[in-house]
Every structure is written in structure tokens, then in C-alpha cells.
Design a protein around this ligand. Structure first.
Ligand code: SF4
Length: 338
């Protein structure tokens, strides 16, 4: 599916940027900022799943909260069906009908004092659906996520397993009949067999309800399994994006290549003993000039430390690396020309 060439994405984010002020450690100290998300753009096609992957701390969860408008952005815009979302409570209410989120922690997301049925009914009733209709909807959704309403509707969250609670969270996210669901590490806390069942369930629901997903995970195997398009983040920036096959079979950015090299292999001959990425990421408070991956990149050159590479699109695959631009001045091109 060619997400990036799609003329009308269901959801689009342009240039999302978010910094957090760090509490000064002494009176009169200069303010410092964590650069959590820098100029992140994405397009989500109707019916597609866009995977967002990166190490912990890369900004993917902050990006999800910006997309959900749970956090105010410093800069950028969010569009639904090509229309920029407006400010104000009524606009946010309408947005929340269209875009819902499932979090990682299945128990923290559910009110322990509400039955499963009441949890699912809550949002539709707030949005004006009658109690009877909300109950019918809750029972229908419980059935769709594989939980028999006759057995589960009256139970409380502590009476369910982690996998069952996450199914309830998915049902709750669908209760307002959204078009987009943002799933933030939604299967990461589940054991592998339950994870596979929930992933299959998500794919079935996507087809049945015509949903589009933004699926955030640190797990490359999960991202590969579920995504049509992938966006790779490093230190708050998108450093590569493209169709899932391009990213996994022909990664371009040195960071994406290192991430993929760190994937566990079932083939003992293919296992590497040396760590694919050395060193820790730089602090998001004191970012290096130029390319943010330069301190860890084996191909870093002077131009990388001096100038930030742009996310350059070639066909449907884009990478932010001077090696992607023959005019960048990276010495690799001079060597080739010599
Ligand atoms: Fe490495 Fe330079 Fe590319 Fe950054 S721009 S990823 S430092 S080669």
C-alpha cells in the first residue's frame, strides 16, 4: 500500500514539535529544554497501519500523545481528511470520536471500580448515546474482541488476565466508532502467545470496521508483522520511513540498519556477537549539532557533525542521512568520483 503517495490520508501530522522545560537545579540557572519531538510528519492512509519504531526515549510515545492531543504541541498541525483540526473543546470532542488510543498498561487504563460493561459504555454515554444503546454496543464489541458478554460484561478488571484486559481496552477504544486507533506499545506487556492472538484480533477488527492504525512499538518483529508503512525515529526525529518491505529488506539509514542487525535471529549462523550500535544516545537536552546519530554512526564524517541531513524522499522511501544525497559533501561520494 503506497501510503506516502496517497492523495487523501485519513490523518496527517505536519511538523509536530514538542520540548519540555527542565526544572532548573539552582535559582537563576539558564532554562534548559528536552527536545522530545522535532518536526515529525506522517500520513496515515485509510485502512492502513503505520508502524512507528525506535529505542525507548526516541520520542515515539510523545509523538503518539501529540497526535491524540493529550499534549499541547509547540509547533505543527494535525489534519483529518485534509482539514486542519480546530482549537477548543467541541473540536477536541469531535476529534476524540474519530481518533482513539490504546495504551500499554491494560490495568491502569481501566477504572477498577467499573464493570467491564460500564467501562465500555462510558465514552458513548458521555457523547450522547443512550444507556440502552451503549449497552448493546458494549456487548457487541465484547463479542468482537472474543470475550463472551454473558460471562465478562459484569466482571471487574482485577478478575481478568492481562490479555483479556487489553481486549477490553480495544473494545473500549472502538466504542465511539473511531476511524483511527493509536496503539502505544499495546501488546508489549503480553506474553508471546497472547500477543499473537491480540495482533490477529487487531488485524481482523481493522478489516471489519475499516480502521486505520498508528502502531507504536520498540519490537521490530511486531512492527514488521502488522505494518504497511514504517516510520523509524531516533532522538525525537523521523530518520527513515517507507513501505514495510523497503524498511526491512533494504534499510538505508545506518541507524535502521543497526536496529535491524540487533533483531534476534533464529539462524545461529546469522547471529552477531558484536553490538550493532555502540554508545548511548546523546542527551535530548544537549543535542549534538548536525546529524543526531553522528556520535554513534560508523560512517560519520565532518559534514555529518556540521549539518543536519534532510529527510529526502526517493520514490516511496525516505531517509535523513547525508549518504542519501550525492550533493551532501559526504566523502563517500568524493571517493566514488575519484
Ligand atoms: Fe551517519 Fe552521517 Fe548519515 Fe548521520 S548523516 S547517519 S552521521 S552517515
Amino acid at each position: 500500500m503506497d501510503n506516502f503517495a496517497s492523495p487523501q490520508p485519513v490523518l496527517e501530522a505536519i511538523g509536530l514539535t514538542k520540548t519540555f522545560r527542565v526544572r532548573p537545579d539552582r535559582i537563576g540557572a539558564k532554562p534548559r529544554y528536552v527536545h522530545a519531538v522535532s518536526n515529525v510528519s506522517l500520513r496515515l492512509s485509510p485502512g492502513a497501519t503505520l508502524g512507528i519504531v525506535g529505542e525507548s526515549g526516541c520520542g515515539k510515545s510523545t509523538a503518539a500523545r501529540l497526535i491524540m492531543q493529550l499534549l499541547d504541541r509547540d509547533e505543527g498541525a494535525i489534519l483529518i481528511d485534509g482539514e486542519e483540526t480546530a482549537n477548543g473543546r467541541a473540536a477536541l470532542r469531535a476529534y476524540r470520536r474519530d481518533v482513539q488510543m490504546v495504551f500499554q498498561d491494560s490495568s491502569a487504563s481501566l477504572n477498577p471500580r467499573l464493570t467491564i460493561e460500564a467501562s465500555i459504555m462510558f465514552a458513548p454515554m458521555v457523547h450522547g448515546v443512550s444507556r440502552d444503546e451503549a449497552r448493546v454496543r458494549a456487548h457487541e464489541l465484547l463479542g468482537k474482541v472474543g470475550l463472551d458478554p454473558a460471562r465478562f460484561a459484569g466482571r471487574y478488571p482485577h478478575e481478568l488476565s492481562g490479555g483479556q484486559r487489553q481486549r477490553v481496552n480495544i473494545a473500549r477504544a472502538l466504542a465511539l466508532r473511531p476511524r483511527v486507533v493509536v496503539l502505544d506499545e499495546a501488546v508489549s506487556a503480553l506474553d508471546k502467545s497472547v500477543e499473537a492472538q491480540v495482533l490477529n484480533l487487531l488485524q481482523d477488527l481493522r478489516a471489519e470496521y475499516g480502521l486505520s492504525y498508528i502502531f507504536i512499538s520498540h519490537d521490530l518483529a511486531v512492527i514488521r508483522h502488522i505494518s504497511d508503512e514504517v516510520l523509524v525515529m531516533y532522538l525525537g526525529q523521523v530518520i527513515e520511513r517507507g513501505p514495510v518491505a523497503d524498511i526491512f529488506d533494504a534499510p538505508f539509514h545506518p541507524y535502521t540498519r543497526a536496529l535491524l542487525a540487533s533483531m534476534p535471529s533464529h539462524d545461529p549462523a546469522a547471529r552477531t556477537l558484536s553490538p550493532p550500535i555502540t554508545g548511548d544516545p546523546p542527551s535530548p537536552i544537549d543535542l549534538p549539532p548536525g546529524c543526531r546519530f553522528a556520535p554513534r554512526c560508523p560512517q560519520a564524517a565532518d559534514v555529518c557533525r556540521a549539518r543536519m541531513p534532510e529527510l529526502l524522499l526517493k520514490d516511496t522511501h525516505a531517509a535523513a542521512c547525508h549518504l542519501n544525497d550525492p550533493r551532501s559533501g559526504h566523502p563517500v561520494f568524493e571517493e566514488k568520483a575519484a
